[in-house]
Ligand binder design. Structure first.
Ligand SMILES: NC(=O)c1ccc[n+]([C@@H]2O[C@H](COP(=O)([O-])OP(=O)(O)OC[C@H]3O[C@@H](n4cnc5c(N)ncnc54)[C@H](O)[C@@H]3O)[C@@H](O)[C@H]2O)c1
Length: 305
């Protein structure tokens, strides 16, 4: 599969491209960015580096070159700035995402899978779906860091190995993240968290973004995101059906529609293969509905602006 990266000179675009390229399952990675000199610099450097472990080619691209891509990763955005909430990036990135969609629609009539990471990712995932007008299963939003950090925090708090812990966060990539503590497992057995442990995990996962953002470094989580974005790229390239937390446009799942939120989905060559909906407690379902209403309101505002 060939992968296009829109925003390929940036942190997430370049780190994800590098990781996928090093693993060797892609035929070609095409980097596109408005910063043409910087993206060409990445191409010259990355193309050489990747040959150390694979034959994946890395090339500079314009939109017309993306027509034979099986997937396009969108990470285009304005530079990071200090914010209280990822939703503040909405108006920064609105003027970027709409023209990006227009260019993809015009140049990619075969409708590749879109992997979208641009924040606020759930809102843009829905907007991208509307702008492109393709099957909702083709639009896969990147929310996997939430589930990843849930497992990481659970490992810190319980002392159990990260690799043995499983579970999912769902909902918004932001304050409306819902950690499904009751479904978490360790080595296939229920993790059985105490109330105290849950409180600590909740605090770590809820505060991670604000702590990192307060550094005001202008840098996002480029390494963790690369690891989790690459999992989606691999699932599409290999048509693996791996179940990952992604932002998905909902059309009746959990009784919700007209919104995109993080849920576990099986990912393959055509995007979302299956919606894998864990059974929710009443409290979790109510929280998800509340998050959905809040997201819908923002989508309405964004689309009418
Ligand atoms: N979903 C998640 O879990 C998650 C995690 C981390 C970051 N993010 C988001 O991902 C996005 C990218 O983050 P980053 O750290 O890579 O940012 P970055 O500033 O390093 O990179 C963004 C790149 O987009 C390019 N760009 C801007 N406008 C463009 C356009 N119209 N066409 C093509 N390229 C364009 C910029 O030149 C830049 O190279 C941000 O919105 C960030 O908030 C999401």
């Amino acid at each position: 599969m060939k992968l296009g990266v829109v925003g390929g000179a940036g942190l997430l675009g370049s780190t994800s491209a590098f990781l996928a390229g090093m693993k060797g399952y892609l035929e070609e990675i095409k980097l596109l960015d408005v910063k043409e000199n910087l993206v060409k610099n990445h191409v010259m450097d990355m193309a050489q580096a990747i040959y150390s472990s694979s034959d994946t080619k890395v090339t500079f691209a314009q939109y017309k070159d993306l027509s034979d891509c099986g997937a396009i990763l969108i990470t285009a955005s304005l530079p990071e700035r200090k914010v209280a909430n990822r939703l503040e990036y909405l108006w920064d990135n609105m003027n970027i995402i709409k023209p990006v969609c227009e260019s993809i629609r015009e140049n990619c009539p075969h409708q590749p899978v879109i992997i979208n990471a641009t924040n606020p990712v759930d809102i843009f995932n829905y907007i991208i779906w509307k702008e492109l007008g393709w099957d909702r299963k083709k639009i896969v939003g990147f929310n996997g860091n939430d589930t990843y950090r849930l497992k990481w925090a659970a490992s810190i708090v319980t002392g159990k190995p990260f690799s043995d812990i499983d579970g999912f966060a769902i909902g918004e990539h932001g304050n409306g993240q819902i950690n499904l503590y009751d479904k978490m497992t360790c080595g296939g057995e229920p993790l059985g968290l105490t109330g105290d442990e849950i409180g600590k995990i909740e605090s770590i996962t809820a505060n991670f973004f604000s702590e990192m953002n307060a550094l005001n470094s202008g840098r996002t989580s480029g390494w963790t995101s690369a690891v989790n974005i690459e999992s989606i790229i691999e699932a599409v390239a290999k048509d693996s059906g791996r179940v990952l937390e992604c932002s998905a446009v909902l059309e009746g799942e959990y009784g919700l529609k007209d919104v995109s939120l993080g849920i576990p989905v099986a990912v393959g060559a055509e995007g979302i293969k299956e919606y894998r909906l864990p059974e929710l407690t009443e409290d979790q379902a109510q929280r998800l509905e509340k998050v959905s209403e809040a997201m819908k309101e923002i989508i309405r505002e964004a689309r009418s602006a």
